[in-house]
Design a protein around this ligand. Sequence first.
Ligand code: SAM
Length: 250
Amino acid sequence: MEIDIFTLFPEAFEWFRSQRHIRSALAAGHRLGFVNYRDHTPLSGGQVDDTPYGGGAGMVLRVDVVEAALRARYGEDPTTLRDRRRVVALDARGRVLDEPLVVELTREPTLTLLCGRYEGFDERVLEHFASERVSIGRYVLSGGELPAMVLCDAVMRKLPGALGHEDSALEESFSAALEGAPEYPHYTRPAVYRGWRVPEVLLSGDHARIRRWRLEQSRARRAQSATIGARAPEPSDCNPRAAGAQRPLS
Ligand code: SAM
């Protein structure tokens, strides 16, 4: 798989690139490339953003700057690029990343990720260049770099060659092997710690029993998380002035 990440901060990915599963995926032939919007801006002084029409706080990442970076990398009009490869804009309002989307993206031979900054992209980037918007959750981060790392990590650890044990990515939370349920609990030595015992079945050596127990645990966790997930957030849950939150600086 070939992934290109468009960002103003390619250096933010240095730690990510150094992780063993990412190094292993790259050594196995997968590719992770970076394009800095600033290296291709047609504006003077390395300008990439501008004030929002209509006024308001913050700066907006310019559409001509994003176009120039995409053209420099792919040598074509970015309005047609999305017909032949997925161009994902990281956006808090997008489709929320989950296991089915990760699996879908893992099947793509190429991916382009666009990281926003400041107040985000000029809307025309999202309308005309991106094939889709992906969010890592309903909260706002300062930039698309962490979301891009989250997406890449979830996708790349599934690629052949990334993990030491290929089976690790097969049977884990939300995988088909566990019928989409959360993973069962794990334990390791010591078998008793402060009086807390590892479930007897795991010490039994009876693999068929262990398998049944693990599936039961997964299903029970799914039933439990369905109950928790059923509660939609109240507007008051999102109020930063609620008890415990800091007052804004005046
Ligand atoms: N003004 C935007 C809003 O209210 O939705 C927030 C912009 S945010 C400060 C800057 C950039 O960070 C976004 O353009 C996006 O690329 C990225 N970003 C922030 N939160 C994100 C999330 N939850 N998922 C994906 N990307 C996110």
